[in-house]
Design a binder for this molecule. Structure first.
Ligand SMILES: C[S@@+](CC[C@H](N)C(=O)[O-])C[C@H]1O[C@@H](n2cnc3c(N)ncnc32)[C@H](O)[C@@H]1O
Length: 242
């Protein structure tokens, strides 16, 4: 069995007993089954796809992404990621699902020039924003998806770029990972009505303290539409379109 992660055995202060600890990306849990880490195919794809330390330990977040992506494959419509960066999550999902053989399109939207200045959330601490402006990111995405005829890479600012793109009628998966409230709310205004019943909208940053402004905006946006957001321990959040 290919294990990506060996849990640490740690004696916990609360009961002085040994526990299996999973710790990655600001998430610490103990004594969990973590079956997704024992999924041989996931482990193989993940190992072949990750290229740096930032991508290396995102198992749980990518597992959630994959779950929502696979759900979208069973529904009518196409899949959309807004905020792609180097395309890691979508690369794992398309490889895991053999997406090239599936009669659907995955749209990947990004400026590949960073977060637009006017969309930056005031008071949000963004570490190393310039990494999103590196031209090698788009090259990496083009390389990662070069063999997939049904992945459409679209460069431009969300939501404006939607008006210049032939957009799908129906959306069966939406990933929002723009790190900006106005960008993500703009995307929701345009795309949420297109999402089909049962499809998952996945918010990447919702639970993280640094994204508090975004979370409050999104909480309100969904509440006004009578949707209840499920915040996950990974920092992500999910909404199922009904
Ligand atoms: C956190 S990264 C995305 C990471 C990616 N989803 C992954 O799983 O690896 C955020 C990306 O959003 C892009 N971005 C931010 N605001 C945007 C906007 N309004 N329109 C398009 N792209 C934007 C940035 O250029 C950056 O590449």
């Amino acid at each position: 069995m290919i294990l990506m992660f060996e849990p640490k055995i740690t004696k916990m202060a609360h009961d002085n007993k040994n526990h299996e600890v999973f710790h990655a990306e600001n998430l610490v849990v103990f004594d969990r089954n973590l079956l997704f880490l024992k999924d041989k195919k996931f482990a193989e794809v993940y190992k072949k796809t990750y290229e740096d330390s930032a991508e290396k330990n995102r198992f749980w977040r990518v597992h959630v992404f994959l779950w929502a992506f696979i759900n979208g494959l069973k529904l009518d419509g196409d899949l959309i990621e807004c905020g792609v960066y180097r395309g890691f999550s979508s690369a794992v999902a398309t490889r895991y699902t053999d997406f090239g053989k599936i009669n659907k399109t995955l749209y990947l939207f990004d400026t590949w020039e960073g977060i637009p200045q006017e969309q930056l959330d005031k008071n949000r601490i963004q570490s190393n924003l310039s990494k999103y402006e590196d031209p090698s990111n788009l090259k990496k995405v083009e390389e990662r998806f070069k063999d997939l005829h049904n992945v459409k890479i679209v460069k431009g600012k969300v939501p404006d770029i939607f008006h210049e793109t032939e957009m799908p009628e129906n959306v069966s998966f939406l990933h929002l990972d723009l790190n900006t409230s106005s960008g993500e709310i703009g995307a929701l205004e345009f795309l949420f009505d297109k999402m089909v019943s049962g499809s998952v909208c996945l918010l990447d940053d919702y639970g993280h303290k640094i994204a508090a402004i975004q979370a409050v905006e999104e909480y309100g946006w969904f509440k006004r539409r009578e949707y209840f957001i499920c915040e996950l321990p990974t920092g992500q959040a999910i909404i199922v379109k009904t």
